[in-house]
Design a protein around this ligand. Structure first.
Ligand code: PLP
Length: 384
């Protein structure tokens, strides 16, 4: 049996998205051309923009800027804001962000910016009071993710945005909602963040496509120079077919069916938790599943390496990962688990299971059946 439980790394592209992509690939005109070919391509982009705006509850379609993915959208959000407000030299983010936010903040710190790094508790939730206490007159930007990719921890974002805006209305608020979008209800108007990042491949769409929501009235500078595309914020001839794919994928996650999918996925996760906790020896759940995305479960099998578990599960046809997909291969303990105060040995033993609507009960039963003997075998030979 083959079981794919690495949906926070990427998801299987859906049939409807493939159909949409294939259709759009044939519409080859340049969307900036004014003739019929160009207009046909433009129509595809604007339809996708409507779909994405609808799916994230944006008021206006023009608030959606297509990018080459979550990483680029995060970079535009951070650099675009700092370029716009060059005299403000203080920025705030958390220690549990994805590397596309973490590393750009580190870059600006090296360049002389004052960065306030916000801690997370053992439940993986960032400290709201610390964010508020760090706000200053010259705080250009606060960037806090909506849900964490490794633990699934959902941040109390509405509350954070509301309080930040009250204390510091001129500070730009960005959220990386790459993991949250499609797994929970995202509404840009209710959230009131200025900038929101989403990505196609985490929602059964294509890789290499994403979007940045830029709230009406919020000003950011372009960081790439070119033409007028995407309001000049992200110049370059648009990736028409992938934009169409993102639009279709976004529409699917905003359907009523998505709510039913979340509930079914949560049941599967409950089943998985029950099964894994039955494995003899210490099995620790990292973070708090009831405060996390319904599809994510991060566990540590004490005294064995997560990487070894992953490799043995892989031989049994089961795909999972340890920590962020983007850091797989690196052997240091995850920066997210470390920031949550989890000791290095436990962090090294962590394995992330991330489910999707395509998983079944039979698959989860198979995973549980395979995991027990694998953990036992690794413990028997572990030097730890
Ligand atoms: N932000 C988070 C929370 C992610 O999990 C990822 C991908 O792993 C990204 C951003 C980057 O998105 P993309 O792969 O589209 O560049």
């Amino acid at each position: 049996m083959k079981v794919y439980l690495d949906n926070n790394a990427t998801t299987r592209i859906s049939k409807e998205v493939i159909e949409e992509l294939s259709y759009a690939l044939k519409i080859f005109g340049n969307p900036s051309s004014i003739h019929r070919y160009g207009r046909d391509a433009r129509e595809i982009i604007e339809k996708a923009r409507r779909r994405v705006a609808g799916a994230i509850g944006a008021r206006r379609e023009k608030e959606i800027i297509f990018t080459s993915g979550g990483t680029e959208a995060n970079n535009i959000a951070v650099s675009g804001t700092l370029k716009k407000y060059p005299s403000k030299k203080h920025i705030i983010t958390s220690r549990i962000e994805h590397h596309s936010v973490l590393n750009i903040f580190r870059y600006y710190e090296e360049k002389g910016y004052d960065v306030s790094w916000i801690d997370a508790g053992s439940d993986g939730i960032v400290d709201t009071e610390q964010i508020l206490s760090e706000l200053r007159e010259d705080t250009a930007l606060v960037s806090i993710m909506a849900a964490n990719n490794e633990t699934g921890a959902i941040q109390p974002l509405r509350n954070i945005v509301k309080k930040v805006k009250k204390i510091s209305p001129r500070t730009v608020f960005h959220t990386d909602a790459v993991q949250f979008f499609g797994k929970d209800h995202l509404n840009a108007v209710e959230l009131d963040a200025d900038l929101i990042t989403i990505s196609g491949h985490k929602i059964h769409g294509p890789k290499g496509i994403g979007a940045l929501y830029v709230k009406n009235g919020v000003k950011i500078d372009n960081i790439v120079f070119g033409g007028h595309h995407e309001r000049g914020i992200r110049p370059g001839t648009e990736n028409v077919s992938f934009i169409a794919g993102l639009g279709k994928a976004a529409e699917a996650v905003s359907h009523q069916q998505a709510g039913k999918d979340y509930r079914r996925i949560e049941e599967l996760r409950e089943m998985l938790i029950g099964g894994l906790l039955n494995i003899p020896g210490e099995v620790i759940i990292n973070g708090s599943p009831d405060k996390s995305l319904v599809n994510t479960l991060n566990v540590s099998f004490k005294n064995i390496e997560g990487e070894s578990v992953i490799m043995m599960l892989d031989s049994a046809g089961i795909a999972v990962s340890s920590g962020s997909a983007c850091t797989s291969g690196a052997i240091e303990p995850s920066h997210v688990l470390t920031a949550m105060g989890i000791d290095p040995v436990t962090a090294q033993g962590s394995v992330r299971f991330s489910l999707s609507k395509y998983n079944t009960k039979e698959e989860i039963a198979y995973v549980i059946k395979q995991a027990g003997p694998i953990v036992k075998k690794l413990r028997d030979i572990s030097p730890l």
